[in-house]
Design a protein around this ligand. Structure first.
Ligand SMILES: [Zn+2]
Length: 77
């Protein structure tokens, strides 16, 4: 994505992303690629969750949020 407006929108998503706790072997309806492989907190992607797998697991919400903040300004993913 090179559109500056889209990048800004993406940054604002990473400031306050959807973080969801999942336990191992759970199979959420919007989870792409089968069951959850490890228990923890997952950051849902900016795009449709069925498009990309959420990132994680993280030990707690703070760590997940820190990771998300570290993604701001990136367009290489
Ligand atoms: Zn995607």
């Amino acid at each position: 994505m090179t559109d500056p407006d889209a990048e800004k929108e993406m940054d604002s998503y990473f400031i306050d992303p959807e973080i969801v706790y999942h336990s191992k072997c759970e199979r959420p309806g919007d989870w792409r690629g089968g069951r959850v492989t490890a228990t923890g907190y997952y950051v849902y992607p900016y795009c449709d969750p069925r498009c990309c797998r959420p990132t994680g697991p993280f030990a707690d919400k703070e760590t997940a949020l820190e990771w998300s903040h570290s993604q701001m300004g990136r367009s290489d993913e």
